[in-house]
Design a protein around this ligand. Structure first.
Ligand code: 3PY
Ligand code: MG
Length: 267
């Protein structure tokens, strides 16, 4: 991928994009995932182990590997979103957005005036995207995506309001938290029928509103289902799970070894 290829353009053109998902803070992991063929890499600063320095290095190596740069910020940490777009993130995913006010505050934190209040100094983003200051200023609000996570009953009920925020580019569904919220904490069922039905409705409303829809998936089957529902940005492949799976498969080749009965990496 050239420096001049932008995630926002692909998603707005309706192209499906698969992102791997990183919890480990070793910056070479995103590079390896990019080189292995993931078109985008998401650094998870909500549930992952990243500090800011590791995220900065990880974006640089993601770019070296030729993939698009996405980050999920901690809950309510809009200041972190602003810092990460300065460091070259092309898309920020904000978890647990439950109202129009939260969606608006988040989206405005990563858009320059008049759309928002992002403060100027994208010296790393310009380098990684191959743009001058002037080009970056002209393009940043369009090229830098703000996606609000829909992952509670409250958010589903407020979806029309959330989608009415002009500065918000789209949504990203968290099916695990959504299933927990829908069942009032009694069932973690990201792949359940009810969760899938609601995910379908969320995608339909989002597309009707002319916004982008993304969703967290853990399998190829879920990615296919998501695409058929209208989603275009799908996660697939969490670094810890990929490593766990690869290590077990590698050891399987040694015929005299007993397979490990240790707990598998989950999510
Ligand atoms: C969820 O499924 O709740 C997520 O946030 C995925 O990371
Ligand atoms: Mg979640």
């Amino acid at each position: 991928m050239s420096e001049r290829s932008f995630l926002a353009d692909k998603l707005r053109a309706g192209q499906p994009v698969i992102t791997s998902w990183c919890l480990l803070s070793a910056p070479m992991v995103p590079e390896l995932l990019a080189r292995a063929g993931y078109e985008a890499v998401t650094l998870d600063l909500q549930h992952g182990m990243f500090d800011f320095d590791a995220a900065v290095d990880s974006f640089a190596l993601t770019a070296l590997g030729g993939a698009h740069r996405i980050a999920r910020i901690p809950v309510g940490d809009n200041a972190m979103g602003s810092r990460l777009v300065d460091m070259g993130a092309e898309c920020i995913i904000a978890p647990m957005i439950n109202s129009r006010a939260e969606a608006e505050a988040f989206a405005r934190s990563i858009k320059y005036p008049p759309a928002g209040e992002r403060s100027w100094s994208p010296y790393r983003a310009t380098m990684l995207s191959g743009q001058s200051n002037e080009e970056y200023l002209e393009n940043a609000n369009r090229q830098t995506l703000a996606l609000a996570m829909i992952e509670t009953r409250e958010a589903v009920e407020a979806l029309d309001d959330i989608l009415s925020v002009p500065e918000l580019d789209g949504i990203f569904v968290g099916p695990s938290d959504l299933s927990l919220s829908l069942s009032q904490g009694s069932a973690l069922d990201p792949d359940g029928e009810e969760t899938a039905r609601i995910c379908g409705e969320i995608a339909a409303k989002t597309r009707e509103a002319g916004k982008l829809a993304g969703i967290f998936c853990l399998s190829g089957e879920k990615v296919e289902q998501a695409i058929s529902q209208g989603y275009r940005l799908m996660s697939h492949g969490v670094d810890t799970m990929l490593l766990d799976h690869a290590a077990r498969s590698a050891l399987d080749e040694i015929s005299w070894l007993e397979p490990s009965d240790g707990p598998k990496a989950g999510y």
